[in-house]
Each structure stands twice: as C-alpha cells, then as structure tokens.
Unconditional design. Sequence first.
Length: 340
Amino acid sequence: MSTVRAFLLILLACFVLGSCALFFASPFPATLPQTMAQRDLSAYITDTTLDKFQPFVLESGTTRLILLVGGFPYPNDKPWLFILKEDLSLAQNPFTLGELNTIASPFNGTRAMIDVNGNVVVGTAVFTIAGDTIVPLGNTGGMGGLNSWGFPVVSFGGNTVNVRSTGLMLEWDRYLATWASAGPMSCNLRPTASSSLWLQNVLADPDPASTSVILVFSGDKDSASGDSLTHFVKVPRADFGGGMQPNFMDAPLLYPTVTKTKVDGWRVGCTDDGIVAYDSQKQDYIKFAFDAPDTVERLHVGNTGDDRDTVKVAWSFSGGYTCAYDPRTRTLSKVANWWQ
C-alpha cells in the first residue's frame, strides 16, 4: 500500500470517527464500550458559568424518565429543567425557571423524586406523568423545596423528604400523600462521638412499598490506619413515620451496617444488582450487595480527579444503565452498567 493511500485511509477513518465522536465519547474512559447514547445540550445551556445541572433517573412502575435539573442562581428565561426519554431525546420543551415559578410560586429546590402517588416532584412543583412527558399539577403546598434526598413511603401513606444530618442528629420532614405537612422529625445517631457524621446519600428502591432504605454516612476514621470510613446503614422505611430508635447507629441488630474504607460517599448509587460506589484508594468503581459486602465486582477507571465536583452521575435502579452529565461539554451520556 502506497504511503499516500495509507495516509488517505487514515484521514478517512479520522473523519468517520470524528462524526461519531460525540456518541462514542464517555465520561470515564473505561466505560467507553458501554456508551449507549449521548445528548449534547450546549444549544440550550449556553452559559457555562451557570452550569450546575444534576441528572436524575426517575422510575414509577415501568415508566422511566431522565431529568436534568439546574441550580441557583439562574436566569428566569433560561432552560432549567430537561425531561428526556431513555434514548436521551427530549420528551418535551425544557422548562425555564420563569415557567416553574408560574407552576409553584415561589419555585424553590434543586432535587427530583417520584412521590407516593407516582407523580414527579421537582423542588416545589408537582407533575403527573403522561407517557414520556410530565404535566404540571401545582405545588407541594407548604414544603419549602426539595433540596435533599427524598423517597415515598406506603406504610404511612406519605413522603419523606429533605433527609439530612446535623452533627449527631438525623433530621427529615414528613408529608402526607397530598403534600400536607405531617411535621419535621429527628433522631440521634449516637449519644456521643469525637467527630460528627455527615449524611452523604440515601439509597432507595423507587417502589414506595419497599421496606427499607440505606443511609450513607461518613466522618469516622479507622482507629488503626486513620483511613476514612463510610457507613451504609439499613433503616426500615416505616421507622421514618416516628419509630426510629434513638442512637440507632449503635443498634446494629435493628439497623444493620456495612462499613467500607476509602469509599467516596458522594459517588454512590443503588441498583437492583446492589450498591455502586467509587473506591478512591484503588480508583475503581465497585459493586457489592448489602448482604454480601465482601463480594465485590470492580471496574478500574483511574484517577477521576475533580470529577466529583464536575461530572454528575445518576444510576437507574432497574434499567441497567448510568447517566452522567459533564458540564465541561454540556453533554449527557447514557452508559450500560459495566458489570452486566
């Protein structure tokens, strides 16, 4: 083969690969073969200084919607809430903050969930699911905004929202199915400790009839090595209705706990195959079952640097994929779970 012909073939291959580069890019190089779809949103998100978007994969029965939710401050006339189908096509025109303010005035909150009735809640706005789209219903009444983790609970017919920790206290707010307030609640994590615990995540099956959730805490250090510890604590959903045992972190028989070393509690997800987390020591993604925590599957992804503060990840509970949003390229990726 002549040098010129070889050069032309290489050049042609570069053009072909270039035309598919967006589709075959990946938020993490090791997941490149698993990339299923991508969506470039730079035509909608034109100002990167305001780019604080977080993806959510919301599931209700067989319905799955992928939401990309913005942050504050943000102009009222800019797209702030994107609703996408599973192929990452837009299900409908994105909502601006101005439009959301007409649905739930004043609009507040930066998180999304499915409520006990199967409706979508974003901040203070409630939507009903209509096929692959969502239709505004109104606001959540007295709720100041969904700004932290929330999940529906069938056992007491309502919604547990804004689960958070302050020092050694776990706090949350209860709402009835109609979003009438059932009052704030709290419980001690421990009686005393040398350091505070931080709630970093709440892992919940989207089925409101599920019996438990897993709370993810950090703050402790291993007494021998000084390594950071992350605690995964299984708590009955019914206990959020007022039955939480005081100092429940010290009651492992009632609230089983799995502890991992050097696991990033912010980069944690929950699937029907188990818990997914980032091992910062070995620079791997790991997957393990709560009931078999020592059986671990790994995917080496290397040092992701400051990706915790940039690339935002959401796991589909039963869909077999992960969604990752990269604000540097304003691109949303859908990646098949690497252990399948």
